[in-house]
Design a binder for this molecule. Structure first.
Ligand SMILES: [Zn+2]
Length: 329
């Protein structure tokens, strides 16, 4: 969306809501769309919103209205225990933008929390980070033991040696225990993705399947959080560019764990190329996408193919309004 239009909507919201922090909260929850019902909802919750930080601070983690619940994990690198945060089923409404990044909205009795900020679990001691529980050692109460991490042992040794790198990423921030526990702020969410990207870089070094694809996905989520945090446009654009490079690298290597991942990856290359004004690249990869159909031998893969191919074509048709791509659909 054009900056001007965003500005106009902000101005109108200010008329309705009077206070800047309420306008910010509205945009954070619902985006740049005027909806009187939602405006009233924000008005009615005015006291709870106060300043937007108090929303996340106002309710304990184990409160029934909290959409999150805590899980216990063990770090596979340094064996410290840490907390991860999962989403209760149907506790938030989820929509996706064209890059398939989730956007959460409040649902019924639950309070609103931006789960994107909590998705990555971080070890507060050695800063190992991943959104995938299987990368950690997970406690199983029936077996009264911890499951093994999905990460190979030699890579875990490498991650032990490279802790100083991760300390540098978070700029030697102290009190990591508090920063990465509930409640987290958006800056902690941003750091959590930067740490996960660092882990993905080692997965690339160790030739693990899907590693570039994972890295690209983290970069897209990072770009979204940077947008929400009003960071510099140039930095955000670089982040999208890095994501595109990662997906192209994944295409080149082609060590996907499934056909679905391969087509999903191609779709993301097309969408990102359009978004970054490289129509030549978009057309080139649409052509690869056409070709990919010839190599499908299983019936069920054709369905998956059609789904992603249709979406890629649709994105190309929307190339003149590509500014909607980073907004939830
Ligand atoms: Zn650790």
């Amino acid at each position: 969306m054009e900056r001007n239009k965003e500005f106009e909507i902000k101005k109108r919201l200010k008329l309705f809501l009077k206070e800047d922090n309420l306008v910010e909260e509205y945009i954070k929850r619902y985006g740049y769309v005027i909806d009187i019902k939602k405006i009233n909802e924000i008005r009615n919750n005015k006291n709870a919103i106060g300043n937007s930080r108090s929303i996340i601070n106002s309710i304990p983690i184990n409160h029934p209205d909290n959409p999150l619940y805590e899980i216990e994990l063990k770090c596979p690198v340094c064996h410290s225990t840490l907390k991860g945060y999962n989403l209760k089923s149907k506790s938030l409404i989820v929509k996706y933008n064209w890059f398939m990044v989730p956007f959460y909205e409040k649902n019924k009795n639950y309070i609103y929390i931006d789960y994107l900020i909590y998705n990555v679990s971080v070890c507060p001691k050695c800063l190992f980070a991943s959104p995938d529980e299987r990368d950690f050692e997970k406690y199983n109460k029936y077996a009264n033991s911890y499951s093994k991490s999905a990460i190979p042992f030699n890579m875990l040794l490498k991650l032990k040696d490279t802790q100083p790198e991760r300390e540098q990423i978070i700029e030697y921030l102290e009190d990591t225990e508090k920063v990465f526990s509930y409640p987290r702020d958006i800056k902690a969410g941003i750091l959590s993705y930067k740490l996960a990207i660092n882990r993905a870089d080692y997965e690339i070094e160790f030739n693990l399947p899907n590693a570039h694809f994972k890295k690209g996905g983290y970069l897209l989520r990072l770009a979204t959080l940077m947008e929400k945090n009003n960071e510099k446009e140039e930095d955000i654009k670089n982040c999208y560019q890095e994501a595109l490079d990662a997906f192209k690298e994944a295409f080149k290597l082609s060590n996907f764990s499934s056909k679905e991942a391969e087509f999903y990856n191609l779709y993301l290359i097309v969408v990102l190329s359009i978004y970054l004004d490289d129509l030549k690249s978009a057309q080139e990869y649409l052509h690869f996408f056409d070709k990919a159909k010839e190599e499908i031998d299983k019936e069920e893969d054709i369905k998956v193919y059609e789904k992603w191919y249709k979406r890629a074509k649709e994105a190309f048709d929307y190339r003149d309004v590509k500014d909607i791509f980073n907004k939830p659909r």
